[in-house]
Structure formats: C-alpha cells, structure tokens
Ligand binder design. Structure first.
Ligand code: XMP
Length: 326
C-alpha cells in the first residue's frame, strides 16, 4: 500500500543510480511539482543539484520570498534567482492581446532560463564536473496524456510556461512520473516543505500577466498582487481552500467606474473574483462562497487597495466561461 516514505526512499535510490556523481539542474516555477521534484533530487544527491528560479514579476505577492527563504530553508537546495522583471515588463509593453501575452511570456521565460542555464553549465564545466541532468516535475497524468514516451520533456504545449523546450543536451530526471497530484503533495509534506508551497492551488505559467485585462504594467501588477493577497488570505482564514479549485483575481485595468472612498469621489478599477470548483479544470462551476466571506474580501480590498473601488463576483460556469479571463 502507498506510503510517502517508501516512495521517497525508492526514488532517492533510483536517482542516485541514474546520476552517480553527475551534476543536475532544475527550474523552479514556484509551483508544487517542481518544488517537490527538486526536493527529492536534493535528498538524493545534495549539492550536485542547483535550481534556477526566474522572477518574471508576474508572480503573486511574496512568492519569490517563499521560494528564496522558506523553500531554501526547509530543503537546503542551492538556488540561483534570476531577476527578469524589467525584461518581462519591457517585452510586454503595449500588449493587450491574451495570446500575444502568452507567447511573449513563454519566449522571455525560455530566454532568461537558458541564459542562466548556460552560465551554470559553463561554470560547472570549468570545474571539471559537467551538468548532465535536468529535473522535470512530470506527473503520471502528464505521461499518460502525452502517450507515455520516456526520456523527453513532455509539456502540454499551451500550458506551463515553466516547461522548457526539449533540451537534448540533458538527460531527464523525473522523480514524479508515477505519481498523482495528491501523492506529490503528501511527499512534499513528508519532506518538510512549507505548506504555502505544497498546498498551492493551480496557478497559470503566465501568472498575473493573464489576470490583468489590458496592458501589463508595474503599477497594475502591484494593485493586483495586493488584491489577490487579500482574497487568498480571507479564503484561507475561512477554511475554504479545500472547497475551491482555484480563485483567480482579475484586474479590469481598462475599465473605470465612479466610487466614493474616504472623503471623496474616486474613479477606480474593478476587481473580479473568480472562485471555481472543479475536478480537473476541464469543466468548472462557480463556488457558492458564503456572503460574509465575500463581504470581508470586498471591504478589505476597497479599503486597502486605493486604486480599486469595486469588487465583482463572476458567476459563470465553465463552459461557457473559461476559468481564467484571458
Ligand atoms: P482555462 O482558463 O482554460 O484554464 O479554463 C484551465 C486551467 O489551466 C490554467 N491555465 C494555464 N496554465 N498556462 C498554464 O500553465 C496557461 O497559459 C494557462 N491558461 C490557463 C488555469 O489556471 C486553469 O487551472
């Protein structure tokens, strides 16, 4: 019968056998899968592993700190963070079309990851211990979906900016290949990873970039990060995390409406709450959140986020509405 301790022990042995004394790299996305995959590999080969984390500025509030501080403290993983915020903002300037945004974010992600990867590869080669392995957090459902091929990177094409192009220079290490999501979370907990990472709900690779309807700017990102953090905090406090598949918070950046806040009339932006219940994200229903929780979220956002003067609730199922607004 299934036991996370056994799975970890098995994988650790398998990884040691596969990589020997070779060096390994892994991209961390901030999500559950890459975090757990890297933690198992680190358990197996320690500092032969180095992780790369690209901060593209489209992350949720405090996500970078959670990886840099909490994750590193609990795993001891060697981490290189790339600050690519400027690069992404520049590339996204003037762009409102959702698919265009996805393309740009995907392209810039690969660009910055590969630059970091090259630098590490060169450094390791100069040391006489080349990097020969790449960790991927491929899960069992991904393997099935892509026809069960082995040894290559199988990433759903329109998803996962965190996924990389098939990189033939590396042999893949895939410690989660036989596992389902809830098993991955159990293993993460067994390895002592922070709950903020292990319990994380699905979050799209392009991040907040596709939750700002309109052009992505630094100011707008900050507004959305603040509103999103409040919504998540209140949902967690109300004990609703298990009930909700995910709850996108969306900034309608090109829409303004009149409000009264504090002493005067304001002309601010609406924030949309999109709580959904789902099994697999293919279909979804809007979650019937308790009114008092909605009221608290609305009050706090309009009090604490100056540029937002209206909070609206999306009550559309999928289909016809997708979960994300873009
Ligand atoms: P939709 O909006 O298509 O979303 O109903 C279904 C699920 O996929 C996530 N999603 C994405 N994930 N890159 C990702 O990695 C993307 O471009 C992307 N678009 C949507 C969404 O959060 C939901 O869980």
């Amino acid at each position: 019968d299934w036991n996370s301790g056994n799975v970890i022990a098995e994988q650790v042995a398998r990884i040691r056998e596969q990589v020997g004394s070779g060096r390994v790299i892994c991209g961390l996305s901030g999500g559950v899968d890459s975090a757990v995959a890297a933690a198992i590999v680190h358990e197996a080969v320690g500092d032969q592993l180095v992780c790369i984390f690209v901060d593209h500025g489209l992350l949720r509030k405090n996500e970078r700190e959670q990886v840099e501080n909490d994750y590193v403290a609990s795993t001891g993983v060697r981490l290189v963070t790339i600050d690519a915020r400027e690069q992404f903002l520049n590339a996204l300037a003037g762009v409102s079309d959702p698919e265009q945004k996805r393309k740009i974010i995907g392209r810039e992600f690969i660009r910055s990851f590969e630059a970091a990867e090259k630098a590490l590869v060169a450094e390791a080669a100069a040391d006489g211990e080349p990097i020969r392995f790449l960790v991927q957090g491929t899960l069992y459902p991904d393997v099935v979906e892509s026809g069960g091929g082995t040894g290559t990177a199988n990433i759903k094409s329109h998803h996962n900016v965190g996924g990389l192009p098939e990189d033939l220079q590396f042999e893949l290490v895939e410690p989660l290949r036989t596992l389902f999501k809830d098993e991955v979370r159990a293993i993460g907990r067994e390895l002592g990873l922070p709950e903020v990472i292990v319990g994380r709900q699905p979050f799209p690779g392009p991040g907040l970039g596709i939750r700002i309807v309109g052009e992505v700017t630094a100011d707008r990102l900050e507004i959305l990060q603040d509103a999103d953090a409040i919504a998540r905090e209140e949902l967690t406090r109300a004990g609703l995390d298990q009930e909700i598949w995910q709850c996108p918070v969306v900034l309608l950046a090109d829409v303004r409406s009149v409000g009264v806040q504090g002493d005067g009339r304001t002309y601010g932006h609406p924030i949309v709450l999109r709580p959904v219940s789902s099994e697999d994200a293919m279909t979804a229903d809007w979650t019937r959140l308790p009114y008092d929780v909605l009221a608290r979220i609305s009050n706090r956002i309009t009090n604490e986020v100056r540029e937002v003067n209206r909070v609206v609730l999306d009550v559309t199922s999928k289909p016809p509405g997708t979960i994300e607004w873009e």
